[in-house]
Design a protein around this ligand. Sequence first.
Ligand SMILES: [Cu+2]
Length: 74
Amino acid sequence: MSPAEISVSEGDRVTLRVSSDEPMELHLHRYDVEQEVGPGQKARLRFEADLTGRFEIEDHESESELGVLQVRPG
Ligand SMILES: [Cu+2]
C-alpha cells in the first residue's frame, strides 16, 4: 500500500480513496470498516476517527497486512 502509513487526528472525518490492480477486500481493524475493491476500480472507505492508536489495514483476499492507520489524540 502506498503510502504504507496514514496519519490522522482524533475526531477527523476520514475518506480513503483506494485503487488496486487486483481484487481486494480491505479491512480496517478495530474500526471494522470493510470494503471490496475490484481490479481497476476505485473504492472509498469513510469513517470518523474516534479511536486513537495504530490500526492495521489488511487485505482479507491475500491475508496480508497492507499498512497502518495512525490516529493521534486530538
Ligand atoms: Cu482483518
